[in-house]
Design a protein around this ligand. Sequence first.
Ligand code: SF4
Length: 368
Amino acid sequence: MQLVTDPDEGGLGFTEPLIAWYRKNKRSLPWRDSGDPYLIWISEIMLQQTRVDQMQPYFERFTAKFPTIFKLAQADQQEVLSAWEGLGYYSRARNLHHTARTVVESFGGAIPDTWDELRALKGVGDYTAAAVLSIAYHKPHAVVDGNVIRVVSRYLGIADDVRSAAVRKRIQATVSRWIPAKAPSDFNQAMMELGSQVCKPSNPQCRQCPLQAHCVASLTARTDTIPYKSPAAKVPHVNVVVGIIQDESNRVLIARRPDDVMLGGLWEFPGGKQESGELTTDTLHRELYEELGVKIGNVVFFHRLKHAYSHFKITLHAYTCSVLMGSPTARTSSELKWVSVSELDDYPFPKANRELTRLLNRRDDNEY
Ligand code: SF4
């Protein structure tokens, strides 16, 4: 039996059963059913970081608030960040907002339908451009995401490291040859759907798969070793210490992060990274003096929690405290505000800080 599927020949043996399977089994999804380029663009940005079932409630909340690109373009950045809250990767929300304004100003609100115009927009990479052009405008640009890499590497029996640029290039070139001019939208969505529903990372459902007859990994019982991914680099860990500074009216001080940094535009409790040899309370005193120009006292431990970002992990140590000397000044943040605990919900916070605002709200509820 010839087990090495020829990528060129694979086109028909792969594409036809795949698309037939998709048309019979596809899920009904609001952006898919609408055909609206705006909704497809939003969904593809969100899907870069999360699975369909997890992302759908966020998609519905976001598009209920901003049902058109015009509504999104008119919105204030804080409203956009609030509607995005919980999804993480906030630069994507800021880019979405910026791009909505560009599309309204330069294209009359119509999302461009050419590769060069789309790729020139902020936050639109190869993946998003290919997804929007194929799904919304039926142009034959093949998308390559984790699902596509898994399906193709198994189907062709590619045992090399899928983190390598050469393997990704090979897969991109292969699907770019296979994508049919007559059904590019179905082809791309079928690949992603098959990867998420059938050709799962572990225990792929090969018996239900339309590609099994020619799939090398399945026929050679290597679905547990293909795709091969070299171990990821160790993720660094940092301790972050923040102060929940309270005034005599029981308001708390919050700071807005500058737009051009990670989590830019979101609010947080002031603080920063622990330095080597410091106690967490030393960090608190140092950071609040450096960031706000104040000396603090009445320091009481409040909460500790762990949180993981894509490239590092943190342990967040939170203390309540009050100002003993000085008046808080925004030295490193773009804005400071004293707000009551019940008002904290009105501001967009990153996940770990949001957990602190929840605990503060609960603490205040229990006090009455
Ligand atoms: S036959 Fe199995 S391994 Fe091959 S593509 Fe289908 S689900 Fe994936």
